[in-house]
Design a protein around this ligand. Sequence first.
Ligand SMILES: C=C(O[C@H]1C=CC=C(C(=O)O)[C@@H]1O)C(=O)O
Length: 415
Amino acid sequence: MSTPVIPRLHVTTRALADPGTLFGFADRTNPLMWMRDGAGIVGSGVALRLSTAGEDRITDLATQWQQIADTARVRDEVGLPGTGLVAFGTIAFSAVSSAESVLIVPRVIVGRSGEHAWITRVSLEGEPTVDADLLPARTPLGQSLTADLAEDPADAERHRDLVRTALARIQRGDVAKIVLARTVTGQLQADGDRRRLAADLAAAYPQCWTYAVDGMIGASPETLISVRDGSLSLRVLAGTAARGHGATEDRAAAETLIESRKDRDEHAFAVRSALAALAPHAAGLHGQDSPFTLRLPNLWHLATDISGRISDRASVLDLIQALHPTAAVGGTPTLAAIDLINELEPFDRGRYAGPTGWVDAHGNGDWAIALRGAQVDPDGHITAYAGGGIVAGSDPESEFRETGMKFRPIRDALS
Ligand SMILES: C=C(O[C@H]1C=CC=C(C(=O)O)[C@@H]1O)C(=O)O
């Protein structure tokens, strides 16, 4: 279902005096946001929505985006990442998902990065243009949202059973690693201000990417890929431990994690899958020999940062096509793990564990893996997702508890 006609966009970016916090510039019911540490972009309105699904969803969006970028008339007086023509995106995890994969170009983007702030206005060719300097009205955020994300009592046992089945399949040699997830659902106030959920996540998890695109809202610690003028970087995460109570216990938790053979194996699969996927597109790929422990408010992760130069002019969307799904959210070998996920998980992942982020006209962009988040439907129905990597040595009860820790960002923001 590709968008057949490629319209021509007129895009103007101008510098702004400090606009203050950005959340108020987004739409209440369908916010577009990408924020970390107070910097980022928020969008409102929709100038263009590209939508697709299926096996070729990422290349399909990449091809359409290239055509949009080639024909757009862009006046960018700021020239920073996130200025000029930009689309927000959220992409389904699976080729067989019924969820749409979309790129959305807003009517207005307000952004800030360090000392700089800007506004971008987008119109379709033939439409009257709006004065690019004009800031849209900022509306105050509504009250914090609440939802009872009910735990189905049968769910814990079902998840432990799935992990046991996965362990048997690992033992049999079908896969070496598989990531299994579960869901919790609830109902938000239908007319509630969805920006509030994103703002509360950003306040609690400032070091994560807070994303909100087409109802998919969360705060992800995992950078799938960032591209800037021929350079790439990413942060691979896999391997998790609970935070300890008090400084000594907390440090001990991190040390146990970094020494855990099972977690290091789980992490190594994810790093290897990312390096192998990037190798045809990159030179000088560089990562630490050994992972480091990343502290988040809700847990510890094993993390590896990787950087390199793009050797073949690949855009951020081309690199997403090469990377997705990494073994941090799929498994190893990839295809066998995806088949097993489709066989075992009793739900459609939708955009959970898929790529989410933004792309500009030059193929630059920042994309996270859509983790620690939820899909909010137009009627307020909310589905939150959390999973974990299963390798030989994984324990079903610990895996269930780990998913509980990963629900915390969304649960806390809605409590
Ligand atoms: C699959 C998820 O996390 C991934 C990212 C970091 C650590 C993970 C783990 O330790 O299992 C997972 O690979 C999730 O948050 O739903």
